[in-house]
Design a protein around this ligand. Sequence first.
Ligand code: ADP
Ligand code: 5GP
Length: 188
Amino acid sequence: MENKVIILSAPSGCGKTTILKALMARQLPLEFSVSATSRQKRDGETDGRDYYFFTPEQFMEKVDAGEFLEWNEVYAGQYYGTLLSEVDRIAGNGHHVIFDVDVKGGLSIKERFGDRALAVFVMPPSIEVLRQRLLSRGTETPESVEKRLQRADYEISFSKQFDYVLVNDDLETAISEAYNLVNGFLIQ
Ligand code: ADP
Ligand code: 5GP
């Protein structure tokens, strides 16, 4: 089997993680690509499960050593990237890969994998709803919420370059739409 890749991209707070966890719970033959980041760990996050957490210096050493498939400074001073070793690990397990990455990372992975990749952009119903979701998640300071909202418009401007735009309004509807899309792509 040649493995396929699913890319979920969206501004922070649109519901990627929620949708991804729901997909993983539905027994699709997918393995989550754990990204590396230099941001602070949130309460409830585990190193090696949610992210590989590095200091900015450690992260840049890996960039210099050519260890990333892609990486980006998503927010000022906060780096995120996909380690080549992570993609190799998942392919070695014989699984398809699912990525949760920003738009730039998503489009660069799509370019790399071509027809083997399904790139899905998760869209919020509106910026105001996105603000409410970021606030209610309770993980961000007010400054961090604003930083994420400012970047949201920029990220949405890339949405047309994705294979599919999934509006996350009603969660159950979005999850079943995502499931049908991903399952259809994997079995074709
Ligand atoms: P992301 O991974 O894109 O940053 P999350 O999955 O953490 O976003 O979702 C942000 C917040 O919004 C979470 O508190 C989540 O429970 C909530 N949420 C996600 N989707 C919906 C939805 N369709 N309706 C209401 N709340 C949602
Ligand atoms: P968060 O801090 O909310 O977990 O993620 C912030 C943003 O970084 C999200 O848009 C998320 O998709 C993106 N991101 C997470 N991992 C990666 C990665 O490996 N590469 C890139 N380019 N972006 C990532």
